[in-house]
Write a protein that binds this ligand. Structure first.
Ligand SMILES: Nc1nc2c(ncn2[C@@H]2O[C@H](COP(=O)(O)OP(=O)(O)OP(=O)(O)O)[C@@H](O)[C@H]2O)c(=O)[nH]1
Length: 362
């Protein structure tokens, strides 16, 4: 099964909220007028960064003959969607759309902007649910495209990747999955079990290490994680490892002591290599919804977060939060997780994600 199919099936299973919501919005206000050719759906070949758009201006419906000749996609949609119910895109519909996006955890600001962009030049037109999904997917992909960046690999050896996040966000699982993928790509990977407080966490990482076929460095329970991180750097360097991934204990945002300990890990790592850590990955659990935004803020203050991984997109109707994160922080999204298996993590693809989120086929 391709990752897109998996993403769509699992996102749709849990977060069909947006797709179903769009169907409902159109069906609710659908009129009985005969079908008219579908308005062309903007499909930029190359996603462009989102520009702040002016507020939508009420425009009279474009006369059918004045409409530009639809492109390939427009013609396809015109045919395929001609017998679908249509609803006039007006203020009431836009308001419903905005509410639905907010409920899908996209955040008020982002939902407003996306809705305004959809309205731009289209007010008064009659759109089908499929067209609305295409428009929404296009807007989401435009927001997400600039942040869809796989974990960068540098010539520096070892490249130190520090993995942080709150308890249970999926750090250990993500390290296991990433280590397996980098190993398969021919990289020499070492993993350090920096959560020295919980024996179970160390064991769990060892299980992942075995699965991925990479060594896992551990330290006695209760020992200083910063000193383990230092030892791991010495070993990774001695072994000529390409990548050293350091797991850390999950920390609640309000636990000052744990937060300080993370800062100490970074200080100690820098004694060995002032340019390390080369990446600080913040792992976020999609099921936490809007709380993910405050987690980013908190961890950014404490560690130099360089990128995000979002897990558990399979278990939530709150996938929209990823759009809000991209819009608000612009931090690279390196990967997304849609399950507990080793191959349930893949690089983040803006278009695939956008289409899966609104329930469209590839
Ligand atoms: N459904 C689903 N479950 C996931 C995903 N990623 C991780 N999990 C599960 O989430 C739970 C917590 O994952 P861990 O990797 O242990 O999280 P952690 O951040 O290391 O946890 P702490 O060590 O407690 O801080 C485990 O049961 C994982 O199997 C995902 O993408 N989808």
């Amino acid at each position: 099964m391709s990752f897109f199919t998996k993403l769509r099936d699992r996102l749709t299973r849990s977060s069909s909220k947006i797709g179903a919501g769009l169907d409902d919005i159109v069906a609710e206000g659908a009129d009985d007028a005969p079908a008219e050719p579908a308005p062309p759906v903007a499909q930029p070949a190359v996603p462009v960064p989102v520009q702040p758009m002016p507020a939508p201006v009420q425009q009279p419906p474009a006369p059918a003959e004045a409409a530009p000749r639809p492109g390939m996609m427009g013609r396809l949609f015109g045919r395929a969607g001609s017998d679908e119910p249509r609803r006039e895109l007006d203020d009431a519909m836009l308001e419903e759309l905005e509410d639905m996006l907010v409920q899908a955890d996209m955040g008020v600001e982002t939902a407003l902007r996306v809705t305004a962009n959809i309205a731009e030049g289209r007010l008064g037109r009659r759109v089908s649910s499929t067209e609305l999904k295409e428009l929404l997917a296009g807007e989401i992909a435009r927001i997400m495209a600039p942040v869809a960046k796989p974990l960068p690999i540098y010539p520096k050896r070892p490249q130190v990747v520090l993995v942080v996040g709150v308890n249970g966000s999926g750090k250990t699982t993500t390290i296991g999955k990433l280590a397996s993928q980098f190993k398969a790509a021919g990289k020499n990977v070492v993993v350090a079990a920096g959560d020295t407080f919980r024996a179970a966490a160390v064991e769990q990482l060892q299980v992942w290490g075995k699965r991925a076929g990479v060594p896992v460095m551990t330290a006695p329970e209760g020992s200083d994680p910063a000193s383990l991180a230092y030892d791991a750097m010495v070993r990774a360097e001695a072994e000529g490892a390409d990548l050293l991934m350091i797991d850390t204990a999950g920390r609640l945002q309000n636990r000052q002591d744990l937060m300080e300990e993370l800062a100490k890990i970074v200080r100690v790592i820098r004694k060995k290599d002032p340019s390390a850590p080369h990446n600080t990955l913040l792992v976020l659990d999609a099921t936490t919804g809007q709380n993910a935004l405050s987690q980013v803020e908190t961890f950014q203050k404490l560690a130099d977060v360089s990128g995000l991984v979002m897990t558990k997109l399979d278990g939530t109707a709150r996938g929209g939060v990823l759009v809000a994160l991209a819009d608000r922080f612009g931090l690279p999204i390196h990967a997304i997780g849609v399950g507990e298996q080793i191959d349930d993590l893949d690089a983040f693809d803006a278009r695939e994600f956008a289409r899966a989120l609104v329930g469209l086929a590839d």
